[in-house]
Design a protein around this ligand. Structure first.
Ligand code: FMN
Ligand code: 173
Length: 355
């Protein structure tokens, strides 16, 4: 299903935009590893203890998700489809999935939330942002997310500098086409009147800057892009509500481990104090089950959502989410589980190294 939608998306997209979505940094080692690492793992099902009445819902700081699959933040959805982030938001809300909408969206966050609300009364939409070098810009973005009705903030910390996307450099893709803009970056302090500020990233950001955000908002703050267990502990110490284990889909640094390989140590460091999400390389319900068994409360999907959006707009995103959830439900049944928390680490083995 996902492979077919990716093929349809490839046909629908400008090849340069397809490369932007699909690509990674360096030799794209990490991009490939994220999926390959799942394929190296296997599940040992438990038997004679399941149920035909399965409950997939998970409660997270910032909202409930009907299943442990959320939409990871990805940039520029109107490159994929004219309905852009509104289509994504409607599909996520209809599926009951948490949507993490990004600062780099081509639709302003209040319109994204309005899209979600047009199909569900209490959709969970979270806002992803970077720590801008100008604190006033970060504060304005947080205010926009709060005013829009977002349920949580997700601060991405794996981008002290922007990743060097190999395919974009080869294709000369650096700017959005005319008519599209990073809508959340309009009319910010220090920005051009009526125009958009560049999305700010800085190698000078510190845990103090993150703490400042935590202290200035009532929203739960997730920290996205953690791989080192000590950083996960630091995130908890500054008041993060949750941690997202992620290597940005292989788009930042090509020398890091696969996300799922970094997950267990982070789960151990956090020691149940906050929930842990994982994204990167999830492309089937079995991957969802593996990540949950290793301690993730839920997983995020980035590119699969973009493929659904490019292939068939809102209906395509819905197909991606529904098929992942349906596959996960089937996997849970085959593992003798009734709810996501029935998947435990003792059920995961390394393929070829069991016993
Ligand atoms: C085209 C694209 C744009 C992305 N933009 C952002 C972003 O603006 N902020 C962010 O935190 N992560 C961003 N990501 C990373 C995703 O949130 C997520 O970590 C990654 O895509 C997960 O891997 P997957 O695509 O294998 O599911 C982006 C990923 C892609 C593919
Ligand atoms: O492309 C990305 O991975 C990404 O994170 C991003 C960040 C800011 C603007 C555009 C994309």
């Amino acid at each position: 299903m996902l492979a077919r939608l990716h093929e349809e998306a490839r046909r629908a997209l400008d090849p340069v935009h397809h490369d932007y979505y699909a690509g990674g940094v360096g030799a794209e080692v990490v991009l490939a590893e994220n999926e390959a690492a799942f394929a190296r793992l296997a599940l040992l099902p438990r038997v004679l203890r399941g149920s035909s009445r399965r409950d997939l819902a998970v409660d997270l700081p910032g909202g409930r998700s009907a299943a442990p699959v959320v939409v990871s933040p990805t940039a520029f959805h109107r490159l994929a489809h004219p309905d852009g982030e509104v289509a994504t938001a409607r599909a996520a809300a209809a599926a009951g999935a948490v949507l993490i909408t990004g600062v780099a969206s081509t639709t302003a966050v209040d319109e994204v939330v309005a899209g979600a609300r047009s199909v569900a009364s209490h959709p969970a939409v979270w806002f992803q942002l970077y720590l801008d070098p100008a604190p006033g810009v970060t504060d304005s973005l947080v205010g926009r997310a709060e005013d829009a009705g977002c349920g949580a903030l997700v601060v991405t910390v794996d981008s002290p500098v922007f990743g060097r996307h190999t395919r974009d450099a080869a294709n000369g893709f650096h700017d959005l086409p005319a008519g599209l803009a990073a809508a959340n970056m309009r009319d910010l302090p220090g920005g051009p009147p009526g125009g958009t500020r560049d999305i700010g990233m800085s190698a000078d950001q510190s845990w103090d800057d993150l703490r400042r955000v935590v202290e200035r908002t009532d929203l739960p703050v997730w920290v996205k892009g953690v791989l080192h267990p000590a950083d996960a502990a630091e995130a908890v110490a500054v008041g993060a509500a949750g941690v997202v284990v992620s290597n940005h889909g292989g788009r930042q640094f090509d020398v890091v481990p696969a996300a799922v390989d970094a997950l267990p140590a982070v789960v151990d460091a956090v020691a149940g104090r906050v929930p842990v999400l994982l994204d990167g390389g999830v492309h089937g319900g079995g991957d969802v089950a593996l990540a949950l068994a290793l301690g993730a409360r839920a997983v995020g999907v980035g590119r699969p959502v973009l493929w659904g959006l490019a292939a068939a707009g809102e209906a395509g995103v819905r197909q991606v989410l529904d098929s992942l959830v349906d596959e996960f439900d089937h996997a849970l049944a085959l593992c003798g589980g009734q709810r996501p928390s029935d998947l435990t680490r003792d059920m995961v083995v390394r393929r070829g190294a069991f016993g």
